[in-house]
Design a protein around this ligand. Sequence first.
Ligand SMILES: Cc1cc2nc3c(=O)[nH]c(=O)nc-3n(C[C@H](O)[C@H](O)[C@H](O)COP(=O)(O)O)c2cc1C
Length: 160
Amino acid sequence: MAYGSKHGATAGIAAEIGLTLRQDGFDAAVLPAGEVRDVSGYDAVILGGSLYAGHWHRDALRCAHRNADALTERPVWLFSSGPVDGSAEQEDLLPVPGAAREMERLHARGHVTFGGRVTSDTPGLLARLMVRRGTSGDYRNAEQIRDWTHQVAGELRRAA
Ligand SMILES: Cc1cc2nc3c(=O)[nH]c(=O)nc-3n(C[C@H](O)[C@H](O)[C@H](O)COP(=O)(O)O)c2cc1C
């Protein structure tokens, strides 16, 4: 389980996924994507990244590129975070083009977009503007994250 996160929201989603996998009986490691050099010691990989201006987090992309050979040989799921509104809870949002390309290249089993988080604590001018315009909040939905993870766990169990 690897994640690319700028301000911690995606790291929080990754932690929730890791916790859920462990509850489901899997031995799951949760690591920043930038630190993941070699995935060959893992049976399966979930790789997630936050979205900035329509781009999947660079650490997630680079992790996918670095490990492309090993990733294509094991079950992989991708996730993105995410819209600062309720849209990700209401519908299955398509991956951004960068993440969609990785889906194809890695033959990923699935992709999900979870809601994200921008708050008055998020650094940066654009984040401040979003807060001022009212497009802010924490739209990460723990139940949605856990439900998705249970599905992945089910697929992994069937594949084992
Ligand atoms: C400057 C800026 C640009 C963003 N662009 C997008 C975007 O294009 N698409 C999207 O869904 N979310 C976008 N977001 C929301 C972030 O993806 C969301 O807050 C995410 O959960 C942040 O995760 P992180 O804290 O792990 O980096 C943007 C947020 C900021 C502050």
